[in-house]
Design a protein around this ligand. Structure first.
Ligand SMILES: [Zn+2]
Length: 307
């Protein structure tokens, strides 16, 4: 975890923060806070000095959720030790205008929508209509909320919000062909008013029951090799195996999910539309390989081992 999220997580733990976080009250514990009307575009200002207590100014006439995010962002400047000087900030939750601004935004996201709050959505494919209802409690803008939620979602979600570029969960393979392709590839979609904005979401992957059992890794690799040899007798099967194993490992390294049916869903999403190996999903023995992999990895993640 990088520094800004870690510092936010520590504050969440120390103050036992739960959404909706009373961020202006919290900010007052760390800085002198003044909330003023002004006409400048700037949403907030932090005066950070080693000589006296930090000062923060927030724009009073900003929309409430925007002001909450700005307050959390300015708190980030105050508590991240290497942020110094006078910082004028204009809110764009997804923007990364300079490292300090990006760090303060990341801090704000992790403070207002803490990781512990997102944990229930982390290990399975979830219905986003229900998740958005819960997320609304955090009282952040739709954009800030979805950017935060993205941290927890498994691969396979695409979320449209107004005219913004689509927001995808990490590892998502997006089909070519725009909204129509998204609709055709989705296992579930939804459209919902969230914090006053219309959110349209597409879920491209899902947990899928598996019939294969855990196996020793050599046996699984042999299944993959024989599957590939049948399909591509003229190619270097060993190199293909290595690449495929690498893709499987990479797809799961960022996840802690241990349910084999969810792992299988993540793996199918990873190979869907893959330029080199996507065609393998049409072969039932490749699904047997993925299922055996999922069953074995799931078992080892649940604390058991197999030789
Ligand atoms: Zn800033």
């Amino acid at each position: 975890m990088s520094a800004a999220p870690r510092i936010a997580a520590r504050l969440v733990a120390v103050h036992n923060l739960k959404p909706p976080v009373d961020v202006e009250a919290l900010l007052q514990e760390y800085a002198d806070l003044q909330i003023l009307d002004w006409s400048m575009e700037c949403d907030g200002l932090a005066l950070l000095s080693a000589e006296r207590r930090e000062q923060v100014f927030l724009k009073a006439n900003a929309p409430a959720r925007r002001r909450r995010f700005t307050a959390a962002h300015e708190l980030g400047h105050v508590v991240i030790p290497w942020h110094v000087g006078t910082l004028g900030c204009t809110e764009e939750p997804g923007a990364s205008a300079g490292m300090e601004e990006a760090e303060a935004n990341l801090f704000a996201s992790h403070l207002l929508v803490p990781d512990v709050f997102l944990d229930p959505f982390r290990d399975s494919y979830v219905d986003l209509d229900e998740v958005l209802d819960i997320l609304a409690v955090a009282d952040v803008s739709a954009q800030a909320g979805i950017i935060a939620l993205r941290r927890a979602l498994l691969p396979g979600y695409v979320i449209h919000l107004d005219a913004l570029p689509p927001i995808e969960s990490p590892g998502t393979v997006v089909p070519q062909g725009g909204v129509r392709a998204l609709q055709e590839s989705s296992v579930r979609t939804g459209r919902k008013l969230h914090q006053g904005k219309l959110v349209t979401w597409y879920q491209l992957a899902d947990a899928s029951p598996i019939v294969e059992e855990p196996r020793p890794s050599r046996e699984i690799t042999n299944l993959l090799k024989s599957t590939l040899a049948k399909l591509h007798p003229d190619r270097d099967v060993r190199a293909m195996c290595l690449s495929i194993n690498g893709i499987v490992g990479g797809a799961l390294s960022a996840q802690r999910v241990s349910d084999p049916s969810v792992i299988y869903g993540v793996l199918v999403q990873k190979f869907t539309g893959h330029p080199q190996f996507g065609h393998l999903l049409e072969v039932s023995d490749f699904h047997r390989y993925l299922q055996q992999k999922a069953a074995t990895i799931g078992q080892s993640r649940q604390g058991e081992t197999i030789d």
